[in-house]
Design a protein around this ligand. Structure first.
Ligand code: ATP
Ligand code: MG
Length: 320
């Protein structure tokens, strides 16, 4: 079976976009592949952050991933497995400054900041380490991460050529686009946890009334006709996509006479979709000691599973 790795960056509260676009496909994948999931707290250090909030977001994300059903695979917090940073350094020593500087995401994110953390530049080496450490075959990523997976392949091939065959060269796959959920108050931009508007973003732990309010206030389009047309009717189409994803039915199966009726159904479908997740989250949160144990067991297993690869890489590159 194939090994797959997916990381979630705890830069904020997990959103409905994360659930429908990434977590639900990941839950399904557990039946077909050997899956590894990490909450990538080290990646969240590449931009300005608040220490207490990061710790809380990391814990919350890990708990939510379990609550959503990622409980049949290896799940751990990245920083609790030091092999990630250790291998990242070996890969920084394999990568070139020029290729790092050319990464589109680095260019975009660094242009928007006055003080750019050095880790933002070297981030792709850490991401490569995440992937290579687990001898991953397949990396399911969105378009925005394709270049980083390309770089991971380049680094693996270069290391193998220079020092001997150590790494499995991974392949990027685009998951069948489950859903790309747009911001409710700006349906032309993606719903995201760190950018995007609070009013237009549904968080997995939002209270039912807040969910209803956000959906009822969603920006719709001119006219009154409800039809799926992402270009001409981005707002309505986003609502239909949400309804489809939350109720597991095709977009074409819905017919509505008014925006109001559609919104009411979307609100209830989202509330119902999140209800079991929130219930499970509350159960898991009630026993913090058990949660800590689960996460440190995950980290210990990840450390054991990656020790061999790390030792091989150290040996190959010339460390004692
Ligand atoms: P950030 O704003 O920090 O980039 P994010 O919400 O975009 O946060 P990521 O950690 O970048 O979340 O991505 C986690 C996963 O969730 C990725 O697989 C990404 O493709 C998916 N994802 C994020 N937002 C959406 C969305 N609006 N619709 C569908 N999938 C999404
Ligand atoms: Mg993102």
């Amino acid at each position: 079976t194939k090994r797959v790795f997916t990381a979630f960056k705890p830069t904020g509260h997990l959103t409905l976009g994360n659930l429908l676009g990434a977590i639900v496909p990941a839950v399904r994948l557990q039946d077909e592949a050997d899956c590894v999931y990490a909450v990538a707290d080290l990646h969240a250090l590449t931009i300005k952050h608040d220490p207490e909030r990061l710790r809380a977001n990391t814990r919350e994300a890990a708990t939510l991933l379990l609550a959503c059903g990622l409980d049949r695979s290896l799940l751990y917090i990245q920083s609790q497995v030091p092999a990630h940073t250790e291998l990242a350094y070996l890969l920084e020593s394999t990568a070139h400054y020029g290729e790092m500087r050319r990464m589109i995401q680095f260019k975009e994110k660094s242009a928007a900041q006055e003080e750019v953390r050095l880790s933002l530049l070297t981030y792709p080496a850490l991401m490569a380490a995440d992937i290579l450490l687990h001898r991953v075959d397949v990396v399911p990523v969105g378009e925005d991460q394709r270049q980083h997976v390309e770089l991971t392949r380049d680094l693996a091939l270069r290391f193998n050529r220079l020092y001997g065959e150590v790494f499995t060269v991974p392949e990027a796959v685009h998951p069948r686009v489950a859903a790309r959920i747009m911001d409710l108050s700006d349906p032309t931009s993606k719903m995201g946890k760190s950018d995007g508007s609070a009013a237009g973003t549904v968080y997995l732990l939002d209270r039912p009334d807040d969910i209803r309010r956000k959906v009822m206030r969603a920006v719709t389009d001119s006219g009154t006709e409800v039809r799926h047309d992402p270009v001409g009717k981005p707002g309505v189409s986003n609502l239909l996509a949400l309804l489809a994803a939350c109720s597991d039915r095709p977009v074409e199966s819905f017919s509505y006479g008014s925006y109001g009726a559609l919104k009411r159904d979307v609100a209830e479908a989202v509330v119902e979709r999140l209800r079991p997740v929130q219930e499970r989250y509350a159960e898991l949160s009630a026993d913090q000691a058990e949660l800590s144990r689960l996460l440190s067991d995950g980290a210990a297993l990840a450390t054991r599973r990656t020790a061999g690869l790390l030792a091989e890489a150290r040996q190959a590159i010339g460390l004692p």
